[in-house]
Design a protein around this ligand. Structure first.
Ligand SMILES: Cc1ncc(C[n+]2csc(CCOP(=O)(O)OP(=O)(O)O)c2C)c(N)n1
Ligand SMILES: [Mg+2]
Length: 312
């Protein structure tokens, strides 16, 4: 494929679609938009390994596929191992002259369940060994394609099918696992958060991630109208609210240095984000105040880390 770019402001955007139309994502799916943008930023030299999840189920129903780049379906447990093998194997074959030398972007993708629960071990191993790949997690904050079951990335207070809110329960009663900090603690060169509501920020980070030598990790917040019980036409707006309230700050950690990439002047109250979603609508004002307090604390910590990094 010959390259074909369009200039949008200072950004060069690939006109090609690597995720073909005809997929079966729900209307207003934030993940579908994120995949499309990530693939545009990676470009035609991608090889993608993808765990089971909405991403895989909606793009590869036999006998058709939406993928216009080489793509492999992996098990949950071995996405990290599989991308490691593809990278090491192909590079060895190039070294030995068995296949022509070419630039390949090794990319792995999985949902929050596939990343924070089932595939955590093999991904940790791949990062520790220092393979050259980008891993992107689509965080829709539950096991969505199997029926909205809670994962360890489901936020406190969300109602899911296996952690339903009711008279005796707030819904999910544990705190969201912080994958970004877990992977940053591996000491890998590039870690970032992103959201398709900020498409240029997302694509810039993806480009940095694939150009980084060694492992890179991007954690993408994917608004899920079906599981979050949101209006499908408000996906972009709700993704923005996640950042504007400080619930999902957009930042990157490059060689240990923190930088907030989209910084609201003042944070909006978390209530605006929470009450736009059916999964949080049962929360009392006291519970919302608790969540607000936690967000304030976490955001202050992030700002402090960014300020210290800038001073280094
Ligand atoms: C080892 C294993 N356990 C469970 C399943 C069933 N399963 C398929 S998709 C899925 C949910 C995946 O959730 P997530 O990774 O968050 O992706 P999403 O569907 O939310 O995009 C589950 C539990 C499976 N395929 N393999
Ligand atoms: Mg999920």
């Amino acid at each position: 494929m010959a390259s074909d770019f369009v200039k949008v402001g200072k950004h060069q955007i690939d006109r090609k679609e690597y995720l073909a139309e005809g997929h079966t994502f729900c209307t207003g799916c934030g993940e579908a938009l994120a995949i499309r943008l990530v693939c545009k930023a990676v470009g035609e030299s991608a090889i993608i390994a993808m765990a089971t999840g909405c991403d895989e189920v909606c793009t590869s129903p036999l006998p058709v596929t939406s993928w216009r780049v080489p793509w492999l379906h992996t098990l949950f447990e071995n996405t990290g191992a599989e991308i490691s093998g593809i990278e090491a194997g192909l590079k060895a074959m190039m070294r030995k002259g068995k296949v022509p030398e070419r630039d390949v972007k090794f990319v792995a993708m999985a949902g929050d369940g596939g990343t924070s629960d089932i595939g955590l071990q093999s991904l940790s191993g791949a990062m520790e060994r220092g393979h050259d790949f980008l891993y992107v997690c689509w965080d829709n904050e539950a096991y969505m394609n199997t029926g909205i079951q809670r994962s360890s990335a489901t936020p406190y207070g969300a109602s899911t099918s296996t952690a339903p809110a009711g008279r005796l329960s707030i819904g999910q009663n544990t705190q969201k696992k912080n994958l970004v900090e877990i992977f940053a603690a591996h000491g890998i060169p590039y870690v970032a958060t992103a959201c398709p509501s900020y498409p240029f920020d997302l694509m810039n980070k993806v480009k940095k991630g694939v150009d980084t030598k060694g492992p890179a990790y991007i954690h993408v917040l994917a608004v899920c109208p079906t599981g979050w019980r949101t209006v499908s036409g408000r996906t972009i707006e709700i993704g923005k609210l996640a950042t504007e309230t400080g619930i999902f700050p957009l930042y990157e950690i490059e060689n240990g240095r923190y930088r907030i990439t989209v910084e609201p002047k003042t944070l909006k109250p978390v209530e605006e984000y929470l009450l736009a979603q059916g999964r949080f609508r049962h929360l009392s004002p006291a519970e919302i105040a608790n969540i607000q307090e936690r967000v304030n604390r976490d955001y202050a910590l992030l700002k402090d880390r960014a300020a210290r990094s800038a001073a280094r």
